[in-house]
Structure formats: C-alpha cells, structure tokens
Design a protein around this ligand. Structure first.
Ligand code: IYR
Length: 230
C-alpha cells in the first residue's frame, strides 16, 4: 500500500557559519577546553535563586542538539516548586536506600566509593531547580499515530550534554542524578508512558562550603587514538 507522499527536502544557504583564522581557532579551542576543565559535578547546593531567564537560554541551547532524523526526542521538565522537589526527594531516597542496601552489587558500590555518595539526597530539595530529562521513545502525530524515533537515547544524551555545558558556561553548578529505577518521575511530573526518565539534573549555585572528591580525568592519550596522515 502506498504511504503518504514524501515531501522532498528544501535547502537554504548555511545560515550562520563562521570560519576563524587558524590562530584564533586554536585560542578559541583552548579557551573552551580550559572552561570545560573547570566544571565539577557538585553535590552541595545553595538555595540562592537562579537569575531570571538563564535556564530558558540554556534549555534553548540544549534544543539545538543533533538528533535522529531531526525528531528532537527529548523533553525537559523544570521543577522549582518546593512541594514537588520534596516529593521527588522522598521517592528518590526510597529507591536509593534499596540500591545502596540491597540492589547494588559489591563491585558497583566499590566503583562509587571514591565519590562518597550515599542514599541521602538533600540536594534534591536544597537546590533551587531540578531539570528532569525524559527520552521520548516515540512521538505522536497530529492524528494520534505513533511516530518512530531513531537514536532517541543517544540524541537525548547529546542534548543533555549541551545543557550541562550551557549551565556551566553561565556559572551554574550541576549534578547528574540517576535514581534507579526512576519511573516514579512519570507520575510525579505528569509525563506520558511514551517518555522514559533519562536523568535528573540538579542545578544551582554551589554551597559556600561545597567540597568535591579528589578525583582526576584521564589524560588525552588514554582516551583517544589517532590514525595520522601518511
Ligand atoms: N544512583 C545512585 C548511585 C550512583 C550511581 C552512579 I553510576 C554514580 O556515578 C553516582 C551515584 C546515587 O545517585 O547515589
């Protein structure tokens, strides 16, 4: 049976590409790298409010991520309401208690030991904002038919990476939190069955006494290989 006629692509000139001279390219790359290196995952947040408009700009940046067939299969729920944050904390801590006491194999707990994490998640209430990220496993067309999404998890990961980078660039700290399982987020945040929670991003200013684990990043040689010319 023939499907609906496919609309062909429309092309426009590349709207806003900027080329930089090589020395400027290198200084921009270095400046960005230095900035990226200053990011640390923080687990202790101040209750200071995030300045008006900042989150929205960072979310718009996240929405520029490349995605499978450009279907943009992500949804971000911004939670500032104290009652809803408290409900998320209570549900997350219940799952985490089971995780740390029963579900997690010793190998996993050993891997987490250097981070000093445990079942208590006070940051879920202390921070001014939580952003729950959902993957849309499939979309819904105007008539209600299911629209298949491609690489939905990968695409949402890319969008989330841009969001974290944008928030860091704006001077905000983040924590990527993944209570496991986290399907309680659908109920608490009124998201449909077609969406699966991806992670909770805790966002705010770090508390004045914030400390981070003394851990390091792999040097370039340990996470890259190269096939050079000739
Ligand atoms: N979800 C738990 C455990 C945890 C798992 C990983 I992988 C981490 O990098 C950090 C924590 C928690 O949030 O404590």
């Amino acid at each position: 049976m023939a499907g609906p006629p496919h609309q062909g692509p429309t092309f426009i000139p590349l709207p806003d590409y900027r080329e930089y001279p090589p020395d400027e390219m290198l200084s921009r790359a270095r400046a960005f790298r230095e900035q990226a290196e200053r990011r640390r995952t923080v687990r202790s947040f101040s209750d200071r409010e995030i300045p008006e408009g900042v989150l929205e700009e960072c979310l718009r940046a996240a929405g520029t991520a490349p995605s499978g067939a450009n279907l943009q299969p992500w949804h971000f729920v911004v939670v500032r309401d104290p009652a809803r944050k408290a409900a998320i904390r209570a549900a997350a801590e219940e799952e985490e208690r089971l995780f740390y006491r029963e579900r997690a194999p010793k190998e996993w707990l050993d891997a987490l030991a250097p981070l000093g994490t445990d079942e208590n998640k006070p940051f879920l209430e202390a921070a001014p904002c939580l952003i729950a990220v959902f993957v849309q496993r499939y979309g819904t067309a105007a008539g209600g038919a299911r629209v298949k999404h491609y690489y939905a998890v990968e695409s949402t990961g890319l969008a989330t990476g841009i969001l974290i980078t944008a928030l860091h660039n704006a001077g905000l700290a983040t924590l990527t939190h993944t209570p496991s399982p986290m399907d309680f987020l659908n109920d608490l945040l009124d998201r449909p069955e077609s969406e699966r929670p991806f992670l909770v991003l805790v966002v705010g200013y770090p508390s004045e006494d914030a400390v981070v684990p003394d851990i390091s990043r792999k040097p370039l040689e340990r996470f890259t290989t190269e096939f050079g010319a000739g």
